[in-house]
Design a protein around this ligand. Structure first.
Ligand code: PXP
Length: 237
């Protein structure tokens, strides 16, 4: 059975919209754990647009399930990771202009840098996972890099415009998943997964962990909205 990594970045996105103290992703992590999250995932971006260094440090001290840090392949980020010591580091591509992580890490094109980052993490006793497109070339390069896990980017599956395309993308993920498992790497997947499209991905053979953020945060805002309004109304009246 696949486990659930809850990505709480967008709780911090709402806070950063006002540069205030609420909502606190640390609270969200505790509630996610109460809800059954198997892993808490955060992405410390170089531009610090949502999760801040303080969040990562407090989360490291408070989260009781494994903490997965997503970060870019940069010496500064690897240094932070080695200092904070999450339970897993998932290396992701990062571009300043992007709205979210678009596409997987080009391990083939950045083999030396990725290999060095993985080695630094492993020397520090922190397992590394690579967030990659479901392609044979990228999986081969991931295996070569020494990473312990591959997280397959499910964005093309999630964004498929037709049922036929979605089916093709699922087959692609399934084949990629078999390659990852045959190489004895842990199999993770994520990006764009929602309450509507998650089940076929969760059912893929050997799926270890799904990392889901936006859809859970979006739903939390809506399912909590009526109660939040009732509480404010009670105060006013
Ligand atoms: N996995 C990785 C590596 C990601 O970068 C992201 C987005 O931050 C996710 C999973 C979660 O994607 P989503 O927010 O679309 O569920």
């Amino acid at each position: 059975m696949a486990t659930l990594g809850v990505n709480i970045d967008h709780v911090a996105t709402v806070r950063q919209a006002r540069r205030t103290v609420e909502p606190d992703p640390v609270w969200a992590a505790a509630l996610a754990e109460l809800g059954g999250a198997d892993v808490i995932t955060v992405h410390l971006r170089e531009d610090r647009r949502h999760i801040q260094d303080r969040d990562l440090e407090v989360l490291r001290r408070t989260v009781q399930v494994p903490l997965n840090l997503e970060c870019a392949v940069s010496p500064a980020m690897i240094e932070i990771a080695c200092r904070v010591r999450p339970d897993l580091v998932t290396l992701v591509p990062e571009k300043r202009e992007e709205v979210t992580t678009e596409g997987g890490l080009d391990v083939v094109g950045h083999e030396a840098a990725v290999r060095e980052a993985v080695a630094r993490l492993h020397d520090a006793g922190i397992p590394a996972s690579l967030f990659i497109d479901p392609s044979a070339r990228q999986i081969d390069a991931t295996v070569e890099s020494g990473a312990r896990a591959a997280e397959l980017h499910t964005g093309c599956y999630a964004n498929a415009g037709t049922e036929a395309e979605r089916h093709d993308r699922l087959v692609e993920l399934s084949r990629a998943g078999s390659m990852v498992r045959a190489a004895k790497l842990d199999l993770h997947a994520g990006h764009g997964l929602t309450y509507r499209n998650v089940v076929p991905v969760a059912r893929l053979e050997g799926m270890g962990e799904l990392n889901i953020g936006h859809s859970i945060v979006a739903r939390a805002v809506l399912v909590g909205f009526a109660q939040a309004v009732r509480e404010m109304k009670a105060l006013i009246s």
